[in-house]
Design a protein. Structure first.
Length: 272
């Protein structure tokens, strides 16, 4: 009367299956979680522990905290209400926390598996030098005169000293601003991540270098996205331009910059 196989197929129809939140997250982040594996791996207890105790709890605090920081560091963003731009702002805050946590998961797993970073990465010693030490403040620099002798051939020693001092003052102001912004970012992100990701306490020296690499690289991504937003809003781009590829956006920005410059020059000439 009835086909048992058909009944069983209907009972376990994949079309009716709804994935859980962790299954969706696992599929989206599969490459972070299994990396070099050649076979599909199931969600392990360790992955569930990371998701529940580290990822979800950290992200619940990181996203709003980073978004608040964006508005603080780049005030021009505050008045933005266009849906696509607002979504870009939210995506930036989410990306910052998400990418950092997933990269740290791989660092922790590398250490558990005994990965030798000096063998894995040829650049590792350079990373130690760059990421493992505080940034150095600018110093007096006279290389400009050596590199551009034709431009400075008429400079007296006094003029060279004055030029070098003025350049140093400008570079120091820029350095201080950059360091302040970076420190503000670190002070927001690190306490949250370290609070929930307790396995980071067990990182060895090489592991902490990789931690320093990741937080700095993701900060640079964060800064790039924020500066992109700042220019996008400041130069009056249309909403749909928010997701333009880099080359197209840069070309369009160049046109808008030149147009603004021409308007300002015309205004100066009109009202000297």
């Amino acid at each position: 009367m009835f086909d048992d196989d058909e009944d069983e197929d209907e009972l376990f129809n994949d079309d009716d299956y709804e994935m859980s939140e962790i299954e969706v997250w696992y599929d989206d982040n599969y490459e972070y979680l299994v990396r070099d594996s050649k076979v599909y791996l199931e969600i392990t207890d360790e992955i569930i522990q990371f998701y529940d105790s580290v990822y979800v709890t950290s992200m619940s605090e990181l996203e709003p905290a980073v978004q608040k920081l964006m508005l603080q560091q780049y005030p021009i963003i505050r008045g933005e209400s266009r849906p696509m731009v607002v979504e870009y702002i939210k995506d930036t805050a989410k990306y910052t926390g998400h990418e950092f946590l997933m990269q740290l998961y791989m660092v922790v797993q590398d250490q558990k598996q005994g990965v030798n970073y000096r063998e894995k990465y040829e650049e590792f010693q350079n990373w130690v030098e760059f990421y493992g030490r505080p940034a150095e403040k600018p110093v007096l620099n006279y290389k400009f005169f050596e590199e551009h002798p034709n431009l400075t051939s008429n400079f007296t020693q006094e003029m060279k000293e004055e030029f070098a001092i003025e350049s140093l003052e400008s570079e120091t102001i820029t350095f201080d601003i950059e360091e302040r912004l970076k420190k503000e970012y670190y002070n927001i992100v690190q306490p949250i991540v370290l609070k929930y990701y307790r396995e980071l306490d067990d990182l060895n020296y090489e592991g902490w270098i990789m931690y320093a690499v990741q937080i700095r690289e993701i900060y640079e991504d964060y800064k790039y996205r924020c500066e992109h937003l700042d220019a996008f809003i400041d130069y009056g781009f249309d909403e749909e331009d928010i997701n333009l590829p880099y080359k197209e956006f840069s070309a369009k920005l160049g046109v808008k910059f030149n147009e603004r410059f021409d308007r300002e020059q015309a205004a100066i000439e009109k009202n000297p």
